[in-house]
Design a protein. Structure first.
Length: 426
């Protein structure tokens, strides 16, 4: 379809991309008929990777502030428009910040479509970053930090990424360091907001029961007059220096938990290497049938095994966590885990890989049933730089062979790829 205010970029399967000519806002549209529901999601290409030294976590702090009143709300002498909308309509809305992006979503009855677009356009440029709104919210974020930091796995992951990355901003967690949060000012927030919260740094997704022409008409009405920021398109490329050996970090706290964590550097999302790493981790620690569950938990050597892996644009660190049961020391567990992995048999790998791939594909297909799940997944593809790769996931998974996983497992545990973390209780 052509539209005088939009440039059609491309259509892949049932999703079309458009660009608003006046300011570069990108739009992804998917029609889901006869549901009466629309989900809108706006993703800004700004996250923890875009923060300066001494200002870690500011992207997350700003996410909180976008639920505060705008200039229009103040003029109308009302509470923040987004919160008023939620209270009046009962819509689903929320937001989250990650390494490469920040995203805000609404899911609601289709009759509220134009109202939601107006709210998002106002929040893009007109949030009031005043001390009266900011100071209490910073206290909330500090409490959030303390809650997370009290968790041994989180504290250990913070230390591990800081050890694993010497240059790349993935070396700090999205919430930032407490010392930086304490020193935020409204001036810092305003500078960050003015630069990154621009239409040409955003992708608006519309998934649901609204036709394309109506959607584009309403989007143009709400966003066309907002100003672009040319400088925001220049996002520095950071290449992490080559790791030349095993890296280690240790945390000692009062308590009862003892954890061994193995951090593995892997390719960015959504490359085949990222998915190979995902499948390898599922084979090792992805449930009751996984290798380390049976070898460590079922035998009483560990109380649990788990892993984390983030869908980030650049190479990142996945972490395998092993909670020790008290019958084994950290050093012994490290040796045992690496020995177990090195002795994986081809027939075991072939047998279990097929099941893991089938489960991953089914999970992927199930996550594409609801508009909320669709925009949540699309967000990560937008942040990676190619939303159309969303449609290649199943093909990538089906193309991963036993031999590829075998080579992936060998690569994952080389010393130049590893960061080992130890959490000790005293």
């Amino acid at each position: 379809m052509t539209h005088k205010k939009f440039k059609h970029i491309k259509t892949v399967e049932d999703i079309s991309e458009y660009e608003l000519k006046t300011n570069g806002l990108r739009v992804l549209f998917k029609h889901v008929a006869n549901t009466g529901v629309v989900t809108t999601n706006i993703t800004y290409l700004v996250g923890a990777r875009d923060e300066s030294v001494g200002e870690t976590g500011v992207a997350h702090m700003l996410e909180h502030m976008l639920f505060k009143p705008t200039k229009q709300d103040k003029k109308n002498k009302q509470e923040a428009g987004a919160m008023k909308f939620e209270r009046e309509v009962g819509a689903i809305l929320n937001a989250n910040t990650w390494k490469d992006r920040t995203t805000y979503y609404f899911s609601y009855g289709k009759e509220h479509f134009s109202r939601v677009l107006k709210l998002e356009a106002e929040r893009m440029r007109d949030v009031l970053l005043t001390d009266s709104e900011f100071q209490p919210e910073r206290t909330n974020v500090l409490s959030e930090f303390d809650m997370y930091n009290g968790e041994p796995e989180f504290a250990l992951s913070v230390a591990m990424v800081a050890t694993a990355f010497h240059s790349h901003p993935y070396g700090h967690e999205t919430i930032g360091f407490r010392e930086d949060i304490e020193r935020y000012t409204t001036e810092k927030l305003q500078r960050f907001y003015n630069h990154y919260y621009r239409p040409n740094n955003a992708t608006l997704m519309v998934v649901g029961d609204v036709d394309l022409k109506s959607a584009l008409d309403e989007i143009a009405k709400a966003f066309a007059d907002l100003e672009a920021e040319p400088g925001v398109k220049i996002r520095p490329e950071v290449v992490e220096p080559k790791q030349e050996g095993l890296r280690r970090v240790e945390i000692v706290r009062s308590g009862t938990k003892n954890i061994l964590a193995l951090g593995i550097k892997h390719e960015g999302f959504p490359t085949a290497g990222w998915f190979e790493t995902m499948l390898a981790l599922k084979l090792l620690a992805g449930g009751a049938d996984s290798l380390l569950q049976k070898a460590l938990v079922d035998t009483g050597l560990a109380s649990s095994v788990s892993y984390t892996q983030e869908p980030t644009k650049d190479n990142n660190l996945a972490i395998l966590f092993i909670n020790l049961s008290g019958k084994i020391k950290h050093e012994e567990m490290e040796q045992k885990v690496l020995e177990i992995i090195s002795q994986i048999k081809d027939d075991w790998l072939k047998k279990h890989l097929k099941t893991v791939i089938t489960r991953a594909i089914n999970s992927e297909l199930f996550s594409r049933d609801s508009s909320l799940d669709i925009v949540a997944e699309l967000t990560e593809y937008v942040a990676s730089g190619d939303w159309s790769a969303y449609f290649a996931t199943e093909k990538i998974l089906k193309g991963i062979t036993t031999n590829k996983i075998k080579k992936r497992l060998e690569h994952m545990w080389t010393e130049s790829n590893l960061t080992i973390g130890i959490y000790k209780s005293k």
